[in-house]
Design a protein around this ligand. Structure first.
Ligand SMILES: C[S@@+](CC[C@H](N)C(=O)[O-])C[C@H]1O[C@@H](n2cnc3c(N)ncnc32)[C@H](O)[C@@H]1O
Length: 265
């Protein structure tokens, strides 16, 4: 049985490749727009990852503000600290989304971008998100529906086997479908929703698909029950589609803005 992703040094390197792509830069721009941070605000970045997210948020709040990044994975925090070395307003701490090492109501804003799909106990995690925000505070929560991930392949059945084997990389591969009611059950008011579509018709080094294919291949052969020959044939198929001008990749992720009611509201 799959144990899911271990966010170790190897995955940090894979994620840095993914996060450098154009589609991920655009994803960060959309999330920053939804957060609409003001200078001086205190922001909690849950599952902060390798620091691309926290660096952008630290620019938005400026030196009078604060960005506090929490992550379970020490290798992520190490590169996040390096990436934000010139931003004293960015601080980092090891911690779990389901048991935040923080005081009640300490933050104006929180964000968790593609994190909750990896957290087993979601009720605890949404309770912690609510607790960490001040009354009237807001959160941007962003997660995937991995069933939307599509590659055009000559052998569609093989491609579908690989994609469904990758489902086991996290405990909640369809989380986006139930995020809104889960947030509402945790007493948030959901005020905005949006979809972010990764859509590419070329396989080049700036493409998120090109950066995702190697870790998908590695995961499905190590933990998803796919043998090396089948995975290799799948990768070859995708590259041939690209050479024939037939490359197609689609993957949807979903964004929700949630507000914690003000006191007395
Ligand atoms: C896909 S990455 C997203 C990184 C970052 N939010 C971004 O979008 O740039 C998921 C991150 O969540 C972290 N993570 C996974 N489970 C977690 C948990 N229970 N609590 C806190 N962080 C967690 C991982 O270590 C990883 O850094």
């Amino acid at each position: 049985m799959s144990e899911g992703i271990d966010f170790d040094e190897e995955w940090v390197a894979e994620m840095e490749r993914i996060y450098r792509t154009a589609s991920m830069a655009e994803r960060r721009r959309r999330i920053r727009n939804a957060l609409a941070l003001d200078p001086g605000e205190h922001v909690l970045s849950i599952g902060t990852g390798p620091g691309f997210e926290s660096r952008g948020l630290a620019e938005d709040v400026g030196e009078t503000g604060r960005v506090h990044g929490i992550d379970t994975a020490e290798p992520m925090l190490t590169v996040a600290r390096e990436r934000c070395a010139g931003q004293p307003q960015a601080t980092f701490e090891q911690g779990d989304a389901a048991d935040l090492p923080l005081e009640d109501g300490a933050f104006d804003v929180a964000t968790a971008v593609q994190v909750y799909e990896y957290v087993p106990d979601l009720d605890a995690a949404f309770g912690e998100l609510y607790r960490a925000l001040r009354p009237g505070g807001r959160a941007v929560v962003f997660d995937s529906d991995w069933s939307t991930m599509t590659f055009h392949a000559a052998d569609e059945a093989r491609s579908e086997r690989i994609i469904s084997a990758f489902d086991t990389h996290c405990p909640h591969p369809r989380l986006a479908r139930t995020l809104k009611p889960r947030l509402e059950r945790a007493n948030f008011e959901v005020t905005e929703q949006d979809v972010y579509v990764h859509f590419e018709t070329e396989l080049n080094e700036d493409a998120v698909a090109a950066a995702m294919i190697p870790p998908i291949r590695e995961f499905v052969t190590e933990q998803g029950g796919i043998d090396e020959a089948e995975a290799e044939a799948w990768v070859k198929d995708l590259h041939e589609r690209a050479e024939e001008g037939e490359f197609f990749f689609n993957f949807n992720q979903y964004l929700f803005v949630a507000e914690k009611p003000a006191e007395g509201a």
